[in-house]
Design a protein around this ligand. Structure first.
Ligand code: HAM
Length: 422
């Protein structure tokens, strides 16, 4: 047997976990500031949920989903994204009946069978949020500025550009589609096989095609943003105005198409020049028809997701020194009695909220002190026969190298006091 992980899947190693926690905690704190609560969803849904939500002619649904038959024959899919699951849960749990505004965030692993490369995995983590209920532009602007605040909080906005656009709605998009078909039809023979098919099934997807010939033709195609109806145009103008007033920097990029079919009106991507072709760190937009499409009441909504691995790559660039483990105390000991004493003291210190590690077995003092040094502890406590006899604990300050002894009856409280004073 070859012991290895599946291609496109990866571990987040303990030495990197702190960085992940920092980013996750920043995101959660900002979510709370905006009144969002966490929803934990299953990683598996009925395939139909994703096919209906993302669109049957999107790359994700056509080529990238991990889909398999359950034992009873029903088709299940590992979630490629979070929005469809949120919409399913929103309907199933009648969240719409409880409040006119529902604010949800989620974190977790998503699965897409893409070609792996730097910043692109088959199993990757997203943090995302969905704001369901309102359709006013202020909700788009709140969500987008929330995403920007999270990225600011992680200290990486110097690498980022926020791009926004509008994809119109059920009134102006069908007319735009007709314009697109009229534009692409004479070029039909020069399009790739997939796009020739898309011309009939979903012409908007041609704009997202990565084949060079297609993208060249697409760059000359009419743009949705020039075809917005009056309502969509004023909605988009108000989103921009609200972003301006919140001081969120953005550029309008009419070339944003998004790889999912559920979007209406506002769409956005936060991109970077640091990660090669995998340039989107976060993305999202409005999806006013999705909840209804899945059988719920008409519910406008807007949301986003960011790719944790891409964010972490930028975080590493911004803070290369990393984040070490933080341990306050290491206890070294010599002799059977001292080991028992060390064990009791370690429990006591942890009970006082002080992170503590100790040697388990009977290693030499030298090797224990080596481990203490590596642990990054601020204080090392040393207990030997002499200390046991005299009822004290030797304390070494790891920053200064100075050693002395505890003086109080209760060394736990004394150690806590010393750490507090440092
Ligand atoms: P998405 O653009 O498909 O949107 O993905 C959002 C982010 O997830 C991307 O910008 C990227 O950072 C990350 N990502 C996507 N695929 C991969 C991959 N293979 N490897 C690593 N990172 C990846 C959505 O998923 C929508 N659900 C966002 C949304 C929420 N729209 C409305 N609400």
């Amino acid at each position: 047997m070859e012991t290895r992980s599946i291609r496109g899947f990866h571990d987040v190693l303990p030495e990197d976990a702190k960085r992940w926690h920092r980013v996750e905690e920043t995101a959660k704190a900002v979510f709370e500031l905006h009144g969002f609560s966490e929803l934990r969803m299953p990683v598996l849904e009925f395939t139909e949920i994703f096919a209906r939500s993302l669109g049957t002619t999107t790359d994700i649904v056509e080529k990238e989903m991990y889909t398999f038959a359950d034992r009873d024959g029903s088709s299940l899919t590992l979630r490629p994204e979070g929005t469809a699951g949120v919409a399913r849960s929103y309907i199933e749990n009648s969240m719409w009946a409880k409040s006119p505004v529902t604010k949800i965030y989620y974190t977790g692993m998503m699965f897409r069978h893409e070609r792996p490369q730097k910043g692109r995995y088959r199993g990757f983590y997203q943090i995302g949020a969905e704001l369901l209920g309102p359709e006013e532009p202020a909700s788009d602007a709140e969500l987008i500025s929330m995403v920007w605040n999270i990225l600011e909080g992680t200290g990486i906005t110097k690498y980022l550009t926020l791009e926004i656009s509008s994809l119109g709605d059920g009134i102006c998009r069908p007319q735009y589609k007709e314009k697109l078909v009229a534009f692409f039809a004479p070029e039909r023979e020069r399009l790739c096989e997939d796009c020739q098919r898309r011309l009939e099934t979903n012409p908007l997807r041609i704009l997202d095609c990565k084949v060079k010939g297609c993208s060249e033709i697409a760059s000359r195609a009419p743009r949705m943003i020039d075809s917005l109806c009056a309502d969509c145009a004023s909605h988009f103008a108000e989103v921009r105005e609200a972003l301006d007033s919140a001081g969120v920097p953005y550029v309008v990029n009419p070339g944003i198409v998004r790889g999912l079919d559920y979007y209406t009106r506002t769409v956005f991507e936060i991109t970077t020049g640091e990660l090669g072709s995998q340039n989107a760190v976060a993305a999202g937009g409005r999806y006013d028809g999705l909840v209804e499409e899945l059988g719920g009441p008409r519910t406008p909504a807007v949301g986003f997701a960011m790719g944790m691995e891409r964010l972490i790559l930028l975080h590493q660039a911004a803070f290369p020194e990393g984040f070490g483990r933080e341990i306050s105390v290491f206890i070294a000991h010599m002799g059977e009695e001292a080991r028992k004493r060390a064990f009791r003291l370690a429990s006591e210190l942890r009970g006082l909220g002080i992170s503590t590690e100790m040697e388990y077995g009977g290693k030499s003092l030298k090797s224990q002190l080596k481990r203490a040094d590596k642990s990054g502890a601020r204080l090392t406590l040393i207990i030997g026969e002499d200390e046991i006899r005299r009822g004290v604990v030797k304390v070494r300050d790891m920053d200064t190298g100075k050693e002395d002894e505890t003086t109080e009856i209760n060394p736990g409280l004394e150690i806590a006091g010393r750490l507090g004073g440092k």
